[in-house]
Design a protein around this ligand. Structure first.
Ligand SMILES: O=C(O)C(=O)/C=C/C=C/O
Length: 483
């Protein structure tokens, strides 16, 4: 019997109105059948969320909510292996990555936002205007209400909990739609939260494709939408909710640049770039797809990256030492491979990769690809401007710092950048000049969960992280009392 992945509504698993296939990207096998939510199922989920808001959850004190969320973090850690198995079956990612990033961050996200909720103060002022009408001002935070949460397939559990933890910590209830590619961990989290004592209806999960997502975002009883995914989907959501001027928080795509200066530590830079190019097989919105290298060290860095890419161990998730897994689906691999063909047509030199690897017979059905590096592309080339969302990067030389900053900022996106230099003045001069939300120096994807996280331009709207998340998931009410 194939596994069934159901919707989770009001504290129990609920059948859908049909099923779709959840494919294991390692070998193309059927991992599970997923129950599709139609309007009736989505309405049921939104009603459960509203009833929970009007029930015990809505009147719970912050310390009571925080206590439950800390138990959720504990329960996630107790059921670490179940979540790990679910995430790996859906994504095919290496077990080391799923352990140290995806499932690790699930409990870390809950712990970070409960700490913030437990310690957050209020804005307050004593008003003493010249006309003597003194007053006490204080702002209280009220939850947005029922929040629609639409999350992607690349870091399914990490991104889900990155949104659900602050939403619940501030008293909201949620209706979640995970990606159709990766439904398992979101569904499993339902029973884990119930085991930790979360009241029924606070956390609900419905499955389906974009049309199911649209049922949530356009639902008249949803009070806000948080979405991580492709920019064009974000734009479609914004259009769909614009009549209601619904609050949205978007963490969208990127075409992230790295700048390598001639004074960089080349060995550290090559190791760091390999990480930022090929982590999760390049399927992270923060990954680098444009590398600008100061001319005196261009050949050395290209050679170093070629060597480190060749050394990456491509393999199945549980194989010892696997560092590079399959892409999420055959469809996504076709998109990535399409850019490799385009790069070649545009005269790029393929330093490594750009092909579908020969895998053993039992893995031939998987969506495997190879780490890919190009030189010889123009900075203005389509491949250097559009998000590929795969293990690919164009390498381009530059001469002056000003030229590097100009090219890095010459993009419609604005999510992340990485600067590699040992010159402290240059680091502090250049890092703030990047038109991004996250500007790393001599590192990549180093995170503090309290810091603002998000992007500008096509990379999104708003910031999440620490109190920045609370600015989205709550509506402050400023109370003014005449003294
Ligand atoms: O690390 C995070 O908190 C986060 O949101 C990562 C997002 C990656 C998207 O692809």
């Amino acid at each position: 019997m194939v596994d069934q992945i159901r919707n989770f509504i009001n504290g129990e698993y609920v059948d859908g109105v049909g099923t779709f296939d959840d494919i294991n990207p390692v070998d193309g096998s059927l991992a599970a059948q997923v129950h599709t939510a139609d309007k009736g199922v989505v309405d049921r989920a939104v009603k459960a969320a509203r009833d929970a808001l009007n029930g015990p959850w809505g009147s719970m004190s912050t310390p009571e909510r925080v206590a439950i969320l800390r138990r959720i973090a504990d329960r996630i850690e107790e059921r670490f292996d179940d979540l790990l198995a679910a995430e790996i079956r859906d994504t095919g990612k290496p077990v080391e990555l799923a352990k140290t990033l995806d499932v690790y961050r699930a409990s870390a996200n809950f712990r970070s936002f409960t700490d913030t909720a437990a310690s957050a103060g209020l804005d307050a002022f004593i008003t003493e205007p010249a006309n003597g009408s003194n007053a006490l001002m204080y702002a209280v935070r009220k939850p947005l209400g029922v929040v629609g949460v639409i999350v992607p397939w690349n870091l399914p559990l990490l991104l889900l909990t990155w949104k659900v933890a602050p939403a619940l910590a501030t008293g909201n209830t949620v209706v979640v739609k995970p990606s159709e590619e990766t439904p398992a961990s979101a569904a499993l989290l339902g029973e884990i939260m119930a085991e930790a004592g979360l009241p029924d209806g606070v956390y609900n999960v419905v499955h389906g494709y974009g049309d199911t997502g649209a049922l949530i975002t356009t639902h008249p009883d949803v009070d806000g939408v948080t979405f991580t995914g492709e920019s064009k989907t974000g734009s479609a959501i914004q259009k769909a909710v614009s009549d209601r001027v619904l609050p949205v928080s978007f963490e969208l795509g990127g075409k992230n640049a790295a700048l390598v200066f001639e004074d960089a530590n080349i060995e550290e830079t090559v190791a760091g770039l390999t990480h930022s190019l090929f982590t999760n097989s390049g399927q992270v919105c923060l990954c680098t797809e444009r590398v600008y290298i100061q001319r005196p060290v261009f050949d050395e860095v290209v050679a170093g990256l070629k060597e480190s890419a060749q050394k990456l161990k491509i393999g199945t998730p549980y194989e010892e030492g696997t560092q590079f897994g399959p892409l999420i689906s055959a469809k996504h691999r076709e998109k990535v491979h399409g850019y490799a063909r385009l790069a070649k047509e545009h005269g790029a030199e393929t330093i490594i990769g750009g092909e579908i690897p020969d895998m053993p017979e039992e893995l031939a059905g998987g969506s495997w690809y190879t780490p890919t590096l190009w030189t010889g592309l123009e900075h203005t080339d389509q491949v250097m401007r559009e998000e590929v969302f795969g293990p690919v990067a164009g390498l381009i030389p530059f001469d002056t710092e000003e030229e590097a900053v100009r090219m890095a900022n010459d993009t419609e996106y604005g999510l992340a950048s990485a600067i590699w230099t040992t010159n402290l003045e240059r680091a502090h001069r250049v890092a703030p000049k990047m038109n991004v939300g996250l500007s790393w120096v001599n590192t990549w994807y180093l995170r503090d969960l309290r810091a603002p996280f998000g992007g500008s331009g096509l990379s999104g709207i708003g910031r999440e992280g620490g109190v920045h998340s609370f600015d989205f998931y709550t509506e402050p009410v400023n109370v003014a009392i005449k003294l």
